[in-house]
Design a protein around this ligand. Structure first.
Ligand SMILES: Cc1cc2nc3c(=O)[nH]c(=O)nc-3n(C[C@H](O)[C@H](O)[C@H](O)COP(=O)(O)O)c2cc1C
Length: 174
């Protein structure tokens, strides 16, 4: 299975967890990594749409790797969906390019696993927070696979990061 990993972090210089997970992805066989801020800076208009669509065309699985900021996607990842998943390519009468591919969301959160539960402060699970991604995947005919969320990732120890990396590598090899 060929996997495309789209990475986005709006503050790359402050990132530890996403950077570590990106390194893990890059070390796996049959995985291509594209970091949106590395390619396009922070400019939501700068996407090479043809190149991004071509990268997706060659993949069986698309992984979206980003930190949760304000219970949401990063700005460049949202812009990527707006610009790259176009009518006529991703959806619409002839838009079936993503159909049948798997989507895997991999995210890091500052908050604890308990906060992301019905009993926690936000009364929502991480799966519920990621509902827009599930809806988007299903809308374009993708198979939405269970997301991988790494909690308490802000200032996580090297040991914790290694655990995140191992779990991500195992999922990529699955
Ligand atoms: C602007 C901003 C907003 C954040 N919002 C959330 C949030 O809504 N929920 C949460 O659990 N963590 C939040 N965090 C914490 C980040 O998710 C956490 O620091 C990140 O996932 C760790 O990965 P990194 O080392 O690659 O930055 C936020 C952090 C920043 C900088």
């Amino acid at each position: 299975m060929k996997t495309l990993v789209i990475v986005s972090h709006p503050y790359p210089e402050q990132s530890h967890a996403i950077k570590a997970l990106q390194r893990t992805a890059a070390q796996q066989p049959n995985v291509t990594v594209r970091n949106l801020e590395s390619l396009y800076g922070h400019n939501p208009q700068a996407f090479d749409v043809a190149a991004e669509q071509e990268a997706s065309d060659g993949a069986d699985r698309i992984v979206l790797l980003f930190p949760i900021h304000w219970f949401n996607l990063t700005p460049m990842l949202k812009a990527y969906l707006n610009q790259v998943w176009t009518h006529g390519w991703a959806f619409g009468p002839d838009g079936t390019s993503l159909k049948g591919k798997q989507m895997l969301v991999v995210t890091t959160t500052g908050a604890t696993a308990h906060l992301y539960s019905e009993q926690g402060l936000i009364e929502s699970t991480v799966e519920q927070v990621l509902t827009p991604m599930k809806a988007s995947a299903l809308y374009v005919g993708m198979e939405y696979t269970p997301p991988l969320a790494f909690h308490s990732a802000m200032g996580a120890s090297e040991e914790a990061l290694a655990g995140f990396q191992q779990a991500f590598a195992e999922r990529l090899r699955a």
